[in-house]
Design a protein around this ligand. Sequence first.
Ligand code: GUN
Length: 288
Amino acid sequence: MVARIIDGKRLGAEIEEELKSRVSRMVSSSRAPHLVVVIVGDDPASHVYVRNKERACKRIGIRSTRYDLPGDSVQDDLVSLIQELNDDQDVDGILVQSPLPSSFDEIGITEMIRPDKDVDGFHPINLGRIVTGKTDGMLPCTPSGIMRMLESTGESLAGKKALVIGRSRIVGMPAALLLAQRGIDATVTIAHSRSKELELLCRDSDVLIAAVGRPGMVPREWVKDGAIVIDVGINRVKSEGGSKLIGDVDEGASEYAKWITPVPGGVGPMTISMLMTNTVRAAESRLC
Ligand code: GUN
C-alpha cells in the first residue's frame, strides 16, 4: 500500500480562506482581530516560528504586534507586560513563545494569561475544558490541527485503536483526550519514555500519533498496514547539502500506512492555521 498524503499546507490554506472572510466581516463592523506575540531572547528556531505566525496574520488580515524582550529579562518584566495585555481592550490574543529562558517559570506565565485571550490553548482552564467535553473554546493548536487532519481523511475513528506517543502538556495529552471524546470515540493509548513494548503497541494501532521529537524513532516496519500516521516531529538533521527536516516516523512508513502526514508540510502549517482560528474566534467573542 502506498499512503495518501494528508496535505497540511493545502488544508491550512483552505482554513485561511474561510478566516479571511470572517476577518473582513469583522473589519467592516468593528476592527481587525489583534494578536500579540511575545518572544524572550534570541533562540533562532523561535524567531523562525514567530515570523511564520506573523506572516500568517498578514495573509489573513489579522493585526499582529510583537514584543521582543531581551534574553536577560526577568519573570517580573514578562508578568507586567502580560498584565498590561490582559487589560488592553484592543488585544484579542496573547502568545508567549516557548521555550522561555530557563530562569522563567513557564507554567506560571501560561497561567497568567487571561483564558479568553489564551490563543495557544495552554491555560489550565482551557486544557481542563477538554476533559469536560467542551471543545468549542481555545483548543491547543497542534492537537486541534491533528483532529482537523484526521477529519479530512473521511475515515471514522470510532472504536479504532489510537496510539499517542508522547505525553506533553501541549500535544500528547490533549491530543489523546480529543481522540477519546464522545463523537470521535477512538480507544486511546498514551505511550511515553517508560512504556514497554512500544513496537507491539505501534504494530497494533490503527492511528499512530508520534509527538516525541526524536528523528525517525518509529521504524517503517512498526506501522500497521492501512494505519493513519500523524507525524508531529519536526527534527532538523544533517544531510549532504547541509540540513533537512525529518519527522519522528521513518519516511518509508508511507509504504505501509493508508494515510500519512508529510514533514515538512503536515502538522506544522496546521498548527499555525489553528492559532489563526483561535485568534479570530477570540476576537469574535469580544466584538461580535
Ligand atoms: N514553541 C513552539 N511551538 C509553540 C507553540 O505552538 N506555541 C508557543 N507559545 N510556543 C511554541
